[in-house]
Design a protein around this ligand. Structure first.
Ligand code: HEM
Length: 183
């Protein structure tokens, strides 16, 4: 059964990587290829999201929850998978709403920054998964060199979580204010 998770995780990882490439080409290139990237981006993001749901569900089904939650490294892997899926879900919704205009102007640059952060998160999730499967990569060793021991549970201080909530609420209020002004 473990092969199920190993197989399914390739779908979100490959589609998210492709989505980032399409975002960069769609934003910074001209011509038919850039146009194709802009048109195809929503579909690729939806496929990645479906793959992520399958990866999350299979992660929970394949191993007992007690085992998953006991190991700090699996907790880190789970946390980064949820953060990556959450951020890419937001990107997917934004691109879906804006369609062809998604990558234009300032909002396009913000989407690309979000895409780069989301890619770092899925790369960390994937490299921790590889670590769990007994195949540490240079990226996981780089995390160690940056000061994050992947054998200990990743920890965010409470104040930074509160700051994230305040920033999120502030952005929502600004967005709703802008929409009301434009209406
Ligand atoms: C978007 C969600 C996820 C992604 C992209 C992902 C990615 C990966 C990857 C790339 C591997 C290494 C596979 C290999 O080397 O062939 C892996 C392994 C693993 N994942 Fe996930 N994963 C996700 C969600 C989860 C969840 C939700 C759990 C548990 C609750 C989980 C538990 C594990 C475990 C225990 C392994 C190690 C497997 C082994 O020892 O053979 N994963 N994952």
């Amino acid at each position: 059964m473990t092969g199920m998770h190993h197989m399914l995780v390739h779908f979100p990882l490959a589609f998210w990587a492709l989505a980032l490439l399409m975002m960069l080409l769609g934003r910074f290139q001209q011509g038919a290829l850039a146009q194709a990237c802009r048109s195809g981006l929503p579909a690729v993001l939806v496929l990645a999201w479906l793959g992520a749901v399958a990866a999350l569900v299979s992660g929970w089904l394949v191993w007992p929850a007690a085992a998953n939650l006991h190991s700090p490294m699996t907790r880190n892997h789970l946390l980064m998978s949820l953060w990556a899926t959450g951020l890419w879900t937001v990107i997917t919704l934004l691109v879906w709403r804006a369609q062809h205009a998604a990558l234009q102007g300032g909002q396009g640059l913000i989407l690309i920054v979000l895409g780069l952060i989301g890619s770092a998160l899925f790369a960390i999730s994937g490299t921790l998964g590889g670590y769990l499967a007994g195949a540490p990569t240079q990226l996981s060793q780089l995390l160690g060199q940056l000061g994050w021991s992947v054998y200990g549970t990743f920890y965010l201080p409470d104040w930074s979580l509160m700051l994230l909530v305040v920033l999120g609420v502030g952005c929502a209020v600004l967005g709703m204010g802008g929409r009301a002004r434009n209406a």
